[in-house]
Write a new protein. Structure first.
Length: 173
């Protein structure tokens, strides 16, 4: 595999590729040793070598999504205050990007940058929803806000409702 192609692989694929190569080397050593006990132990060890990093990476992503879900109502409340003060929604997102929301801050800054590049707000919101679609709560909330924005409805009311429902769901969890 070329070095440039290896650099383009995602972190998950790099971890998987590294663990697979390591496991193959261990199994080959076990085969070369011609000892069934060593081969069996290396197969078991290879299973752990492959599974452990994958599980840890998935858990890390799960924790990041949970933190984003926890901070999302605070972000929405800040948006509500900005919109109530007369700012359009895209300006409110730019203003909120300067505040700290933990792991959610990275996504908000990305949205702010996209808006500053002239991307339509509905497209920015849809891309954000796609990036967090593993969290059903965030995905549904963003889609609701997007639909409210596109329909020209009461955006503040929709934001307030989504924030309230997110807070209630957090309390239930």
């Amino acid at each position: 595999m070329q070095f440039s192609k290896l650099m383009q692989l995602s972190k998950e694929r790099k971890i998987l590729l590294t663990t697979l190569v390591t496991s193959l080397v261990l199994i080959l050593i076990g085969i070369i040793s011609r000892d069934v006990g060593i081969l069996g132990n290396f197969i078991i060890l290879s299973t752990f070598i492959i599974a452990t990093p994958q599980l840890l990476e998935r858990y890390k992503k799960y924790r990041e999504l949970k933190e984003m879900e926890e901070r999302f109502p605070v972000f929405l409340r800040d948006l509500i205050e900005c919109v109530r003060s007369g700012m359009p929604l895209h300006t409110a997102i730019n203003t909120a990007s300067k505040l700290e929301y933990g792991k959610l801050s990275k996504e908000i800054k990305k949205m702010s940058n996209q808006i500053s590049w002239g991307m339509p707000l509905d497209k920015v919101l849809n891309q954000f929803a796609d990036r967090v679609k593993k969290s059903r709560r965030l995905y549904t909330s963003i889609k609701t806000i997007t639909e409210s924005y596109l329909s020209g409805g009461d955006v503040v009311g929709a934001l307030d409702s989504v924030a309230e429902n997110s807070t209630i769901l957090q309390d239930i969890d």
